[in-house]
Design a protein around this ligand. Structure first.
Ligand code: FPP
Length: 269
């Protein structure tokens, strides 16, 4: 578990003083205890964003989406949210035209290098989930370099899901456990939900409390299937490149209203 949570005594956080009054007002309605510890986002709608602007190449939408990645990461850092997981590239996305996958891999490579300074200044650790073996060598080397550089940062964890598919993650996890059983190091009867947690790419990270999907589709798209068992799900029609701090604060205001029961009843009386 990633138990290191940023701690400040000040609420609202001093960093939010620079926000516009509208956002500070939204924040005033939220207490630290109202916030999720982990937010996961299915960043959807980049292609439609580009098309709506008459841009021929979908990659223009992905480029614009990077600014949302920056703003949402900064906002989570300011709000002291421990973990932000972004679904940046799925296993299935390899089926897209070669031009698009190559351009996305290059964007991710550049992002992981360009953001090093800001990640270090803000104590943000980068992690990746997904099948790293699928990534082009240069992209993988850049991401590995940033993961290594930021590994001792404790203020926040930014997790990029790259070449990620929940079923693929589960298959790889089950193989690990099966290998342990076959080698006689693990008794099949001793396998618990915690053993499965530990065999997944997300080992050590708390489950998401809030899952946001942008651009209106009401699907999970093979994202964190095991980990979102009790997550609150929020779908917004806003396309990812338009999704900014105000939209996140709206989502957090909605999250605050949700009653999380984890399968229990409220009042046993
Ligand atoms: C889905 O939109 C989005 C993606 C497949 C890629 C997301 C990537 C980014 C936001 C940029 C890079 C990310 C980081 C973390 C630096 P879509 O293309 O499926 O949109 P559509 O449904 O409108 O076609």
């Amino acid at each position: 578990m990633n138990s290191v949570q940023p701690q400040t005594s000040v609420w609202p956080p001093a960093r939010a003083e620079a926000w516009e009054p509208e956002h500070r007002e939204m924040l005033a309605g939220l207490a630290r205890a109202d916030l999720p510890r982990h937010i996961a986002v299915i960043m959807d709608g980049n292609g439609r964003w580009a098309k709506n602007r008459g841009l021929v190449e979908r990659i223009r939408g992905h480029e614009a989406g990077i600014e949302s990645v920056r703003e949402i990461t900064r906002t989570c850092r300011t709000l002291e949210i421990g973990t932000l997981t972004l679904y940046a590239f799925s296993k299935e996305n390899w089926e897209r035209p070669r031009f698009e996958t190559t351009a996305l891999m290059e964007l991710l490579r550049r992002f992981s290098i360009d953001e090093r300074g800001e990640l270090m200044e803000n104590g943000i650790r980068l992690l990746m989930i997904g099948d790293a073996d699928d990534l082009p060598r240069r992209t993988r080397a850049a991401i590995d370099g940033t993961i290594k550089l930021t590994r001792d940062n404790t203020a926040m964890t930014l997790v990029l899901a790259l070449s990620y598919g929940a079923r693929d993650e589960m298959v790889r996890g089950v193989r690990k456990l099966a290998g342990e059983v076959a080698a006689g190091r693990l008794d099949a009867e001793a396998i618990t939900p915690d053993s499965i947690d530990a065999a997944l790419d997300t080992a050590g990270t708390p489950d998401p409390d809030l899952l946001i999907r942008t651009s209106g589709e009401q699907r999970i798209s093979n994202f964190l299937l095991w980990q979102i068992a009790y997550s609150e799900i929020l779908v917004t029609p806003v396309l990812w490149p338009d999704f900014r701090r105000g939209h996140l604060l709206e989502a957090l205001t909605e999250y605050k209203k949700r009653e999380r029961r984890f399968g229990r009843v409220d009042d046993l009386g």
